[in-house]
Design a protein around this ligand. Structure first.
Ligand SMILES: C[S@@+](CC[C@H](N)C(=O)[O-])C[C@H]1O[C@@H](n2cnc3c(N)ncnc32)[C@H](O)[C@@H]1O
Length: 286
């Protein structure tokens, strides 16, 4: 008789594997200890990153890692950070920011001029260390001076990770964060000290930050522009739809939403927005 072939996804989990039972426990521990709710994220991505963390702390099986999570007090916080990817840079996808500068932002200001309203509100959701909302602030400071003096413009950055928001508030970056930034913009608004770039406090003060889980949005209504780029890719499809619908609620009529280059509108969310520029993933509330 042939012996059954043992797979790496056995009941207790083999080296580097995260079986469903352990994954469920890890999800519960993270939810209780950090507030991070993994059920909405793509499990294949999350499991891959948990496996990397397990190996780096010397756990051979997921069950061992569950014990480690329960005994090492700091581990839940460390794992939560490993699971939320913070890659970003100033002017990431420059063509998107060119479109915002040339078409979207002028449209927002001209609407407010026509309506006689003075408050303009922009948000970067999943803002990591602030590179994205600060890029908006740099564009406004350089190209929309008159509008800045005429309107009360608020730029709000939110993220689930309070540690990364602390870095955002400090606004000190390595050179790699600025490698898509036009050199004249970098030289005008940053001071280089010991190889680190410090953002001009005038620009820094244009942006405020707060911790917010985009699955439990507390965004004010009547936002003019929401950037939520390279965040939805980590979520399951149904959560992506829910999140996009919540953006529609937060935006004012005709307000703009910008997604990441590999993200798309899907399902019912498509009925809530009209495409402005498909290539740059810019949409307008219908
Ligand atoms: C890859 S970064 C994107 C940064 C920036 N938007 C960009 O495109 O350069 C993803 C960010 O989403 C944040 N994030 C993940 N889950 C989140 C959630 N549930 N609520 C808010 N932010 C979240 C992460 O902490 C991380 O900073």
């Amino acid at each position: 008789m042939q012996r059954p072939i043992l797979t790496t996804s056995g009941r207790d989990g083999a080296r580097g594997d995260v079986p469903e039972r352990s994954y469920e426990k890890i999800r519960r521990i993270l939810k209780t200890m950090t507030g991070l709710r993994l059920e909405n994220y793509k499990s294949s991505c999350v499991k891959r990153r948990i496996a990397v963390r397990m190996t780096s702390v010397g756990c051979d099986t997921a069950d061992q890692y569950v014990d480690f999570l329960l005994t090492e007090k700091a581990e839940a916080g460390i794992l939560a950070k490993k699971l939320t990817i913070h890659v970003s840079k100033f002017f990431r996808n420059p063509s998107t920011f060119a479109k915002l500068k040339d078409e979207v932002i002028p449209d927002i200001f001209s609407r407010h001029r026509l309506e006689g309203s003075r408050s303009v509100s922009m948000a970067s959701i999943g803002c990591a260390a602030g590179e994205e909302p600060y890029t908006l602030a740099l564009i406004l400071a350089d190209c929309f001076r008159e509008d800045l003096s005429r309107f009360n413009v608020s730029i709000h950055g939110t993220d689930i990770d309070s540690g990364i928001l602390h870095l955002a508030e400090n606004a000190v970056y390595g050179a790699e964060s600025l490698d898509e930034t036009p050199p004249e913009v970098r030289d005008r608004h940053f001071t280089c000290k010991d190889g680190k770039y410090h953002l001009d406090p005038l620009v820094r003060n244009m942006v405020s930050f707060a911790r917010c889980d985009l699955l439990r949005p507390t965004c004010k209504a009547a936002t003019d522009l929401i950037l939520c780029r390279n965040v939805l890719i980590y979520f399951e499809r149904s959560s992506q739809e829910t999140i996009i619908s919540s953006f529609a609620e937060s935006l004012r009529e005709g307000g703009f939403l910008v997604l990441g280059k590999t993200e798309t509108m899907m399902g019912k969310a498509r009925e809530l927005f009209l495409p402005v520029c498909r290539i740059e993933r810019i949409y307008r509330k219908a």
